[in-house]
Design a protein around this ligand. Structure first.
Ligand code: FPP
Ligand code: MG
Length: 333
């Protein structure tokens, strides 16, 4: 079964989609695809087949998102916690992922046609090498595509991602690329695996569980969270519409909260820059206060230098991450 499904919506779905699209639409939807094993139990099938049905549902959901003009989707495909499941289940999920990423490589033309960019977020080092390699090929093959984005969180938890981002910043300080005072909420966001994506507007969890299970904790503080009781393999177009309606009903308050947060962040950064400049000037003037004009000029210079420093650091980080994928690809040529 392929990742990219062709095919139109039926008439009723089309009419409903058009009505929904008259309102504000989420640009980025994240899914916790939960309930595959309960579905398998309910249908008396193997767990493995439950996960396979879960993948099929993902492909179908991506088709609905395409028709609903939702350009970005992030899915929780394998949590670091999932390594604690039985060896048989973990091996089965690794094999399923390998098969599906290999299939993705065969779909090159289709991915190009729709300009689909696939990203995999997580610590790939935790995965078997053959899976790492096929993932790296898929990521590299689609990295310049820019109309639809699918982020597959694999060997991922949010706490691990945040801890890793903190380590990256510590590395930057150690390398002399940034100063400890450059560490900020905005910089941490740039060091996350998800740094290339806007935050999700809507996060959906299926199967009736009402927790985030360490998924996108940093990115969803201003997202609409929708918990639905349906098991993931039984997810329908109508379930998706229902979640989008929830988003639309909450759209104004979400936008307002985001705007306030943006303003707060800008203010915090300005205050941090002012504090660094004040300390510097005090040091230079042997404790004598500087006049307002001098303070203003020093602040502008400091802000420009900090921004340049951070930019160089982020470039170095990008290079480090790109090399990881390039090396994996070159190992298999
Ligand atoms: C949660 O249901 C689902 C998973 C842990 C795996 C999700 C994976 C897929 C849908 C396949 C995606 C594959 C690729 C390659 C993207 P569960 O196992 O926790 O089921 P339960 O909640 O009923 O126990
Ligand atoms: Mg579960």
């Amino acid at each position: 079964m392929s990742w990219i499904r062709e095919g139109e919506l039926n008439l009723l779905e089309k009419i409903s989609a058009n009505i929904l699209m008259a309102g504000p639409m989420p640009k980025h939807v994240a899914f916790i695809m939960d309930g595959n094993r309960r579905f398998a139990r309910k249908k008396n099938m193997d767990r493995k087949d439950g996960h396979m049905q879960g993948f099929n549902k993902l492909a179908e959901t991506l088709r609905w998102c395409k028709h609903l003009n939702i350009p970005e989707v992030t899915v929780y495909a394998f949590s670091i916690e999932n390594f604690k499941r039985s060896k048989e289940e973990v091996d089965g999920l690794m094999e399923l992922a390998k098969q599906k990423f290999e299939k993705l490589l065969d779909e090159r033309e289709n991915l190009e046609k729709h300009s689909v960019c696939i990203r995999v977020l997580g610590d790939l080092n935790m995965l078997p090498l053959d899976l790492q390699e096929v993932i790296a090929k898929a990521v590299m093959m689609t990295k310049n595509h820019n109309k639809c984005f699918l982020n597959v969180c694999f060997a991922y938890t949010s706490r691990y991602e945040i801890t890793n981002a903190v380590r990256e910043m510590a590395w930057g300080v150690e390398q002399g690329l940034i100063k400890a005072s450059d560490v900020s909420e905005a910089l941490l966001s740039e060091c996350l695996y998800s740094s290339n994506s806007p935050n999700p507007d809507l996060l959906i969890r299926t199967s009736g569980e009402v927790r985030l299970s360490d998924f996108l904790l940093w990115q969803t503080s201003h997202s609409c969270l929708v918990f639905q009781s349906v098991l993931w393999p039984e997810y329908s177009f109508w379930n998706l519409c229902e979640a989008i309606i929830q988003y639309q009903l909450n759209h104004k308050s979400i936008q307002k909260a985001r705007e306030l947060h943006r303003e707060e962040q800008a203010l915090q950064q300005k205050e941090a820059d002012c504090a660094c400049v004040a300390e510097h000037l005090q040091h230079q003037g042997n404790g004598k206060p500087a006049d307002a004009q001098r303070r203003q000029e020093a602040l502008q210079r400091y802000t420009a230098a900090r921004e340049a420093r951070v930019e160089d650091f982020l470039q170095a980080l990008k290079h480090k991450r790109d090399s990881f994928f390039t090396n994996l690809c070159s190992e298999t040529v």
